[in-house]
Design a protein around this ligand. Structure first.
Ligand SMILES: C[S@@+](CC[C@H](N)C(=O)[O-])C[C@H]1O[C@@H](n2cnc3c(N)ncnc32)[C@H](O)[C@@H]1O
Length: 267
């Protein structure tokens, strides 16, 4: 793991939950929130916070999954699965012959999902405890890597992206739903904790991920779908190998500067 739980707590200090925790955190200074018994050592609130009654209204989970046009029988990894809010949707979408991998660094979230799985009898979901610095899956093992409100938690993303790409099957995709970097009535409170849509597009492009869909229908979040460009990756590696006499992976390439631009658009 690349981050200690204490560091995660700091990183998530300003991450607010939904409904009641929203109001609680608005009233509390960050330091008080850090000590809040509502947050565990991973900086997460209780899983139920991700399941608030009003969430479906703005999160539109069924619409999100519909846009992904998931083929039954495929494998979907829900990275940073939290309470399993999207995991359940994916379980239906891939069907009995498919597989959903609920990945998280926080064992309490995975325990919550496992309980739900028993109750809902979802036999096609596995929970996987992953390290902070990698999706923790074998190479070429998933068709879709999905991150809802999670990409902004990942540090050192330039090293992380090649690992994301490695776990994709040929033709695989990455999808990101995350909060716009602007003041919003919900989601992370601190702007510095958010990741602008434009930065995700720039970072993905750098990593060799081509944006295939840029959906603007969610009120508070961007929704991007991307696929690796094999020629791009090969060309980059070959040119680096020629120039340096032997880089082996994208992780060895010079790192771009990752800024935290504010959202340019007013939406
Ligand atoms: C804000 S919650 C989002 C949960 C869920 N995706 C949703 O939309 O309800 C972020 C989740 O990502 C997990 N997380 C944070 N850093 C991670 C990392 N590097 N790899 C995997 N999961 C991570 C946290 O433990 C937490 O469960």
């Amino acid at each position: 793991m690349s981050r200690s739980p204490l560091k995660v707590v700091r990183g998530l200090l300003s991450e607010i939950g939904f409904s009641s925790l929203l109001f609680a955190s608005l009233l509390l200074p960050s330091e008080a929130l850090a000590q809040s018994p509502d947050r565990n050592e991973y900086g997460n609130p209780p899983p139920q916070v991700f399941e608030s009654e009003d969430r479906d209204r703005w999160q539109k989970p069924e619409w999100v999954v519909e846009q992904l046009a998931i083929v039954p029988g495929t494998t979907v990894a829900d990275l940073g699965a939290g309470s399993g809010y999207f995991t359940r949707q994916f379980s239906r979408a891939v069907g009995p012959s498919g597989k959903v991998l609920a990945l998280d660094v926080d064992p309490t979230m995975l325990a919550h999902i496992a309980e739900d799985l028993n109750a809902l009898e979802l036999a096609n979901v596995d929970t996987v405890l992953v390290p902070f610095d990698s999706p923790g899956l074998p190479d070429r093992s998933v068709d879709l890597l999905f991150l809802s409100n999670t990409l902004h938690h990942i540090e050192n993303r330039t090293a992380y992206y090649p690992r994301m790409i490695d776990v994709l099957h040929e033709g695989g995709r990455v999808a990101v739903v995350d909060f716009y970097k602007k003041p919003l009535p919900l989601g992370p409170r601190s702007l510095s904790h958010k990741l602008a849509r434009s930065d995700v597009i720039r970072e993905f492009t750098w990593a060799g991920l081509h944006i295939t869909a840029d959906l603007e229908d969610l009120p508070h979040q961007y929704f991007l779908i991307a696929s690796p460009i094999p020629q791009f990756l090969n060309a980059r590696l070959v040119s680096q190998n020629l120039a340096t006499g032997g880089h082996r992976s994208l992780a060895d390439l010079p790192q771009p500067e990752l800024s935290n631009n504010f959202e340019p658009q007013a939406s």
